[in-house]
Structures are given as structure tokens and as C-alpha cells.
Ligand binder design. Structure first.
Ligand code: NAP
Length: 278
């Protein structure tokens, strides 16, 4: 097939994937830049993962995003793993290279940092401590990025203490672990607070971490984006904090993947946000 007739395919593999907003976003970008291609959600069971990844390039796929529960497993199947994916211990982007090699990357940390750079431009990473709530997959990407961009002290608290301790042993002495019942105290003097738990998300338990120690000069970022204005962000905005919602991270993590697959760097702007909000 010559290049003019080529239709490039990409998608997201996970279980379930029906809730994913990535198809809306990537298909919007494909249309906007006049690229002949489609992005589709692909339900893949654990036992079928290796077969699916072996077959997709033969069907015209240039790559896929990876979501729960396959983010860690795909690292074992990849021929090349970027340093940031190895550090985080998970991949969210696969590239099917023309030489047949499978390349695994993780763009969540990039999305997290770029969202802050764009929406809290006055936050200086080296200016003081960051407090992170949670120690799941998203928190791992957040902590790896905070270490990389020079945050001097990263305070972590998680309901299951062992997962926070594991982050400390992996990411080193800049990480301080607080008991979950003391999580509110982490916020005293923090320049940035990040909610990387699912608390406050629609259908999940309410966000109940005490916020009395939060000060108006703290930037507050919630990774939860359903709802967009979470109770944490509403409280922080009333206090006078700069607040950053989770939708931007979702947008910015998608841009480098799209560029790798379709050789075009997409814009992230207000229109893109509107597309994602449906
Ligand atoms: P995950 O690996 O399942 O981790 C969930 C985290 O939430 C863990 O720290 C867990 O604590 C904590 N948690 C869950 N229920 C809790 C409860 N009742 N009380 C206290 N802590 C609780 O999920 P994830 O992938 O890290 O995602 C975390 C959140 O970030 C989700 O809301 C997700 O939608 C959001 N996210 C957003 C983006 C974005 O682009 N904006 C990207 C990734 C994730 P335990 O360890 O104790 O279970």
C-alpha cells in the first residue's frame, strides 16, 4: 500500500475501556490535522494481551495507549522501555515501530508537569515541599516527575502505608512518609498539594482529609477530573489558592503519544478541553 492510501490506526487497550475519553480526543486531533486514521477503544483481557499486541501492528496499528489493568504487564512484553517508564514501573503508551520492535513509554509524568507549567506558571518546583496524597499508579508518575524537576521535599501519605514506604525506598531521601491519619499536617508549608487518590471522584468516597493547614499561597492540583471542580479544588479556590484541575494532565499526556504515532504535535487549547468535556 502506498503512503497516500495508508490509514493509520491507534487505540487504547484496557479492561474496561468504554469510559475512556481518549478516542474523542485523538479522533478530534486526527480530523483537525487532516490525518487519515482512526483511534478505537479495545477491550483486551489479561490472557489475550500478548496476542493482541502481536497482532495489532499487522492490522495497521501504529501504537496504542495502555490503561488499567495492563500498564505494568506491558513492560515485560516491550523490546525497548524508556527510562521514565522504567522508573515509574508502568507504561501508558506503546509504539509499534516499523522495524517490528515494541517501544514502551510513560507520558503521565510529562502530562502532570506540563499541566502545572501551563496553569500554575508561578509555581517554582525548587521553592519548597510538595504534598502528595496517594501511592497508586498516578502517584508513582507524579513522584518520579517531582524528583526529576528538583522538588526538595516530597511528602506522601497513603491509606495503605506500605505503598507510601515503597515509594520512599524507590525514590530516596527527599521523600517523607506521613501516617494517613496525619495527612492534613503535610500541607503546612507545602507549595504544592496533589490529590492522587480517587477520593472525591464521582461514585467514590468523599475527600475527607483535613485542610485546615492549607494556606492561600499553596497551589492545589487534583488529578481527579470527574467532576472537574472537585470539592478539594472548590475549597482551595475559596481560600484563595491557585487551583489546577486534572483534565489538563489527561490532555498533555496524550500529545506526545499522538506525535509519535502520527508525526504531528497537536495543540492543547481551550477547544481541545471542550472536546474532552463532550
Ligand atoms: P490506583 O492505582 O488504583 O490508586 C488509587 C489511590 O487512591 C491509592 O493511593 C488508594 O489508596 C487511594 N484510595 C482509594 N480509595 C481510597 C479510600 N477510600 N480512602 C483513602 N484512599 C483511597 O489509581 P491511580 O491510577 O493511581 O488513579 C488515582 C486517581 O487519579 C484516580 O481518580 C484517577 O482517575 C486519577 N488519574 C488522573 C489522571 C489524569 O490524567 N488526570 C491520570 C491518572 C489517574 P490504597 O493504596 O490504600 O488503596
Amino acid at each position: 500500500m502506498n503512503d497516500e492510501n495508508r490509514i493509520s490506526l491507534a487505540g487504547v487497550i484496557g479492561l474496561p475501556v468504554a469510559h475512556s475519553r481518549s478516542p474523542q480526543l485523538h479522533n478530534y486531533w486526527l480530523g483537525k490535522y487532516g490525518i487519515r486514521g482512526h483511534y478505537v477503544p479495545l477491550n483486551v483481557k489479561h490472557g489475550d494481551l500478548e496476542d493482541a499486541i502481536g497482532t495489532l501492528p499487522k492490522l495497521g496499528f501504529v501504537g496504542v495507549n495502555v490503561t488499567i489493568p495492563h500498564k505494568e504487564t506491558v513492560l515485560w512484553l516491550a523490546d525497548l522501555v524508556t527510562d521514565r517508564a522504567a522508573l515509574i514501573g508502568a507504561a501508558n503508551t506503546l509504539i509499534f515501530r516499523s522495524d517490528g520492535k515494541l517501544h514502551a513509554d510513560n507520558t503521565d509524568g510529562y502530562g502532570f508537569v506540563e499541566n502545572l507549567r501551563q496553569n500554575a506558571p508561578n509555581w517554582i518546583p525548587a521553592s519548597g515541599p510538595t504534598a502528595v496524597l496517594g501511592s497508586g499508579g498516578a502517584a508513582r508518575a507524579v513522584v518520579a516527575s517531582l524528583v526529576e524537576i528538583g522538588v526538595p521535599e516530597i511528602r506522601i501519605s497513603n491509606r495503605t502505608r506500605g505503598r507510601a514506604d515503597a515509594l520512599r525506598s524507590e525514590f530516596g531521601a527527599r521523600v517523607r512518609v506521613f501516617e494517613w491519619l496525619q495527612a492534613g499536617k503535610m500541607m503546612a508549608g507545602a507549595k504544592l498539594v496533589v490529590n492522587a487518590t480517587s477520593l472525591g471522584m464521582e461514585g467514590r468516597p468523599d475527600f475527607q482529609v483535613p485542610l485546615a493547614a492549607l494556606s492561600p499561597d499553596t497551589v492545589v492540583n487534583d488529578l481527579v477530573y470527574t467532576p472537574l471542580r472537585t470539592p478539594l479544588l472548590q475549597y482551595a479556590a475559596k481560600l484563595g489558592c491557585v487551583t489546577v484541575d486534572g483534565l489538563g494532565m489527561l490532555l498533555y499526556q496524550a500529545a506526545p503519544a499522538f506525535e509519535r504515532w502520527f508525526n504531528t504535535r497537536p495543540d492543547v487549547d481551550e477547544e481541545t478541553r471542550r472536546v474532552l468535556l463532550g
